[in-house]
Each structure stands twice: as structure tokens, then as C-alpha cells.
Design a protein around this ligand. Sequence first.
Ligand SMILES: Cc1ncc(COP(=O)(O)O)c(C=O)c1O
Length: 412
Amino acid sequence: MTRKKEQGIARHFAARARGLEASTIREICRLAGIPGLVSLAGGWPNPDAFPFDFTAEAIGRLMAERRGEALQYGMSEGLAALREWLAGWLGQKEGIATTPDGLVVVAGAQMGMELTCRTFVEKGDVCLVDLPTYFGGVGSLQFYGAELVGVPTDGEGTDVDAMAAILARLARRRRRVKLAYVQSIHHNPLGVNLSPARRRALMALAGKYDFLVMEDCPYRDLCYAGEPELPLKSMDGAGRVVYVKSFAKIFSPGIRMAAVVADPEAAGKMVVARQFVDCCPSNLSQFLLLEFCRSGAMERHIDEMRRFYARRRDRMLAALDAHFPPEVRWTRPTGGFFVFAHLPGGMDAAALFQEAMAEKVAFVPGRQFYIDGSGASTLRLSFAQAPEDKIDGAVEVLGRLIRKRMGSKRGS
Ligand SMILES: Cc1ncc(COP(=O)(O)O)c(C=O)c1O
């Protein structure tokens, strides 16, 4: 079949740009601005949770003390002092053994995943992703032409037995897996953690089949029940895990700060690769983050954020228990921002979305998170952004609409 003749500027697009499509989720999240709408859609942090006073004061001081240094270009790998501090902190808090030469400061986790894929992924490489998973990691893999294979999940995240079966099947066909995109802690969209047994099994599979793990971990610190699990990177003696640690949720997305921890040789490649992307991370953001970390403000802020989001999580879970019919299954997150729900009887979450929007409630139909087009009866509910006192009412609306659909289905 010949491709329809493209008009205008599109006829000049590179093949890789032609395939790019705006994420439906981003479009849905944009709806959060509609007056009167209660959004359980957005994965963005709550702006009430940003450290405004710290930031205002620190910027003033930086301008006075650092002068041009804060507004100048910097080193592509990031500020030495920040990399040193983060290497120590990740060692202490997350059990990650790294030196600063294995750590690159990047402009957000998304850039960390872009650089990982830019460095490792070639067209046709087989890469494993969860069904469902975060579209940002998927997008980076797809941009570099990865052939994606979906791995089923359950209430504990990635189904590692299913992953083992997929790997064995691919090996029989002489297909090598290059990389698995994994979220082991407070998964987006599932809101679950990989159990210790599964972590060990997954790392054993990575060793056996010699694939890389791109571990995306923006929600670890937002834990509402004790201390969170350690990341897979803490178990990585072979340098096969590329760990992407975002500061978007514990400082702010606007400062665009994340760290990539990798084998030093790989980190060095990423540093060169990034010179043709953004040259270097923002010095201003890095000085702010360094100050946030070193002053102890970050640890205090994390404690506060845990309480802030835990209250919202509790409200949402109580509302779900009160208003959702028992036929709906949903996850009970111990951290992060999301609850993931399965509707009964093949109910269409996209149709439910239209009805909910008519009543000014938004959520994300879960299909968006499945690379294979499945998940039509699932939905992601975020408790991060909605005002605390609006969560119950929004869930009540959804519960009523679901019951109505169940009733009309039974009646038909
Ligand atoms: C799982 C996951 N990974 C990565 C990101 C992007 O993080 P950053 O803002 O640091 O690029 C998000 C943002 O919502 C996310 O949920």
C-alpha cells in the first residue's frame, strides 16, 4: 500500500518524526484546567507541595554568591559537588554502590531514558515492557526503533514467571532481548511494588539472558508505609542496570533534575551523547538541588510530602471502598500517585470516561498504558492533584456511573 501523499511541511519529516504522536494521556491531563473539573487524571505533582520558600530564598542567595557561575554553561556530566553528594546519598539511602563517574545529572528522568536508549537501543532490538507501563519510557524505546514485547503484570507488578517464559520462547527463536524497562517501586500506572522474590528472579533472568535493565524510579521516596524497597540497582553487581532517579516529585518537575546511575563506561558515553542534545544540565537548577540536598531541606520535605500525599491516598482508598461496586478490582498503593482499577465484564473505560467528563470528573482510561492495545477495561486514578476534599465526590460519581453501566449490561 502506498502512503498517502503528504502535504505541506510533513512531506519533509524524517521517518522517525512521522511516527511520533502526542500522548492521549497528556491531552487528558491538560483537561485538569477546565473550571469545576475534578481531575483524577494528572500524574503531575500537586503544586501546593512545591518548596516555594526554600526556592525563592535559595535563588536570591545563589545570585548574590555564585553570580555568573549559576547562569553559565556547565560540565556535561553535571556539577562535581552535586554528583559527589548524590553518589553518597544513593549509597546510604538506596544501597547503590556508585562513584561520581557513574552518575550523570540530566534534565529529568525522561531525558535519562532518552540517553539510555540513544546509547544502547538499535532499530529492531527486542525490549521488554510491562503491560501496562508508563508511556514516557515506551516512547524513548520506540523512537530508537525497539521491537517491544509486553510482559503481563499482576498485583505485584511485573509477572517475572511470565517474563521467564517469554525469554525462553524468544531464545528458542534465537531472538536476544536487549533491555527491559522496569519500575520496581510504586509503579506508574499500577501503584504496586515488585516483591523481593521477584526482584531476585528478575535480576537472575537479566544475568542468564544478558540483558540490560532500565530502572525508572521517580516515586520511591513518596512511600506511605514504612521504608520503601531498595531499587534493583542495589542488587546490580554486573553494571547491567541503568538507574534513573527523578527529583520531579520530591523537589519539582520545573527544575528538570534527575540522575542516571550506570556503569562508568556507559555513563561516559551518555555524557558525550548528551552534548548533542542539551550540552549540559542547567547550573541554576543544579545549585538549587545541591542546596536542597546539603541543607537537609530535602529530607524534611520528603517527610512532609509523605504525609501530604498519604492523606490523599487514604481519602481515595476510603472513597473506593465506599462507592465502587465489589466487582471492580483495584490496587492499594503504598506509595506514589496512582490506583489502577479493572472494571468488570469487559466494561469499556473509554465510554466511562466520556460519561465522567460530562459530570466533570477526569481519569485516564488504562488502555493508553498497554503497548498491545489491551487494557480497555482498566483505568488509572491519580490522587496527587485533586483537592483533598473533592476526591470522595469524584470517586462517588465514577462508582455511580460504573453501577449504572453494570445495571444496563445486566438488563440488556
Ligand atoms: C514513571 C515515570 N517515569 C518518568 C517520569 C518523568 O519524570 P521527569 O519529570 O523527571 O522527566 C514520570 C512522570 O510522571 C513517571 O511517572
